[in-house]
Design a protein around this ligand. Structure first.
Ligand code: NAP
Length: 327
């Protein structure tokens, strides 16, 4: 079978499509024929050894997928051959078949296409965990989303709206902002041309914002932190700008506000019951159409370089997929 392989750490040019032995289902495992593997920004880092998760080469990138169960190992309960499923692995999904613990899979409801299901685990899982368990966001609060048209950003816009927040989408171009508006943003800020802090002050009548969702980092973080209301929460999601910010901590004192870290992968490991509840909420929202899980593009496996480049060049709107088989 075909697999996208990272044979040694380095840029995307290092990756190769190779023939590898198909997997066999071990105890408690299912083998899934992958329909779509979803890429995330962190895939551009993991292949270079620059991400917090550092697998030993050779390995396949792509941390989430959808497909059909084709084999079950002893003791793998809850699934049958032929079931439509989705799941997350951290890395290793960019291959025609994967073996994975059945406990890491979820059934894909009939009304949800497999392409949308492929990108639901990590980005939407991260954003729901961030807004629900970490920010404890309430209906009616103001949510500011940086990088609002990207993978986790769009998920935060959509989930924020579903939770009843007033969503302010922030991004680097008007096209990206228009896109975020289509998926639930009530207000927008173009941080390439507008002063983020001044605009957020204006949009909240001077009160400040309740929650900031920050997957970008760099100089935007301090501007967003300075825009928080009393008891506001800034969620640290990631650093797509490449710069880990070091904001002055006196700001937290002055505003009685919190900076809260979000690490979805650890949440899944440490709080499996809460994670399962979150996934069933996301699947219900996706099936009902409350979440779009917008697919930016589906690249055939041999076009993997184009997929990685679209992410690295900041061109994607929503999810980027590698296509293995169709529905
Ligand atoms: N904490 C967690 O558990 C967790 C889980 C998943 C992902 N993450 C992190 O979240 C971040 C975003 O991931 P993603 O998959 O959503 O990425 P993505 O789809 O590529 O979106 C990232 C967004 O960041 C903005 N950006 C600013 N500077 C950038 C740069 N130099 N290169 C690329 N994008 C830049 C872009 O929006 P503008 O052009 O509008 O600025 C882009 O839309 C990553 O750092 C990732 O590691 C964290």
């Amino acid at each position: 079978m075909k697999a996208l392989i990272c044979p040694s750490l380095g840029p995307v040019e290092n990756l190769k499509v190779m023939d590898v032995e198909p997997p066999v289902a071990g105890p408690g495992e299912a083998v899934v024929e992958v329909a779509y593997a979803a890429l995330n920004f962190f895939d551009t880092l993991i292949i270079e050894g620059k991400y917090q998760l550092k697998p030993e080469p050779p390995f396949s990138p792509a941390g989430e997928f959808s497909g059909r169960v084709v084999a079950l190992g002893p003791g793998a309960g809850g699934f049958a051959v032929g079931d439509r499923v989705m799941g997350s692995t951290g890395y290793g999904a960019a291959r025609e078949k994967i073996a994975i613990a059945a406990s890491r899979l979820a059934h894909v409801p009939d009304g949800l296409p497999l392409d949308k299901a492929a990108g639901l685990s990590i980005t939407y899982g991260t954003s729901l965990h961030a807004l629900k368990q970490r920010a404890e966001m309430k209906s009616g609060e103001t949510l500011v989303v940086l990088g609002a048209s990207g993978g986790v950003g769009l998920a935060a816009v959509e989930i924020g709206r579903a939770m009843g927040a007033r969503v302010v989408a922030c991004a680097s171009s008007n096209d990206k902002l228009e896109f975020a508006r289509r998926y639930g943003a009530a207000e927008t800020v173009n941080y390439a041309t507008q002063d983020l802090r001044a605009r957020l002050k204006e949009l909240t009548g001077g009160k400040g914002v309740d929650v900031v969702y920050d997957p970008v980092g760099g100089a935007l973080t301090e501007a967003a932190l300075r825009s928080l209301a009393w008891k506001g929460r800034l969620l640290v999601i990631g650093f797509a700008s490449g710069e880990i910010p070091r904001p002055p901590l006196n700001l937290t004192l002055l505003k009685g506000c919190d900076i809260r870290g979000v690490y979805w992968g650890e949440f899944v490991n440490r709080e499996p019951d809460a994670h399962r509840d979150n996934m069933s909420q996301l699947l219900g929202w996706a099936e009902s159409g409350a979440l779009s899980v917008h697919v930016h593009a589906k690249f055939p496996l041999e076009d993997y370089k184009k997929a990685f480049e679209a992410i690295a060049k900041r061109q994607t709107l929503g999810k980027t997929l590698l296509r293995f088989t169709e529905e």
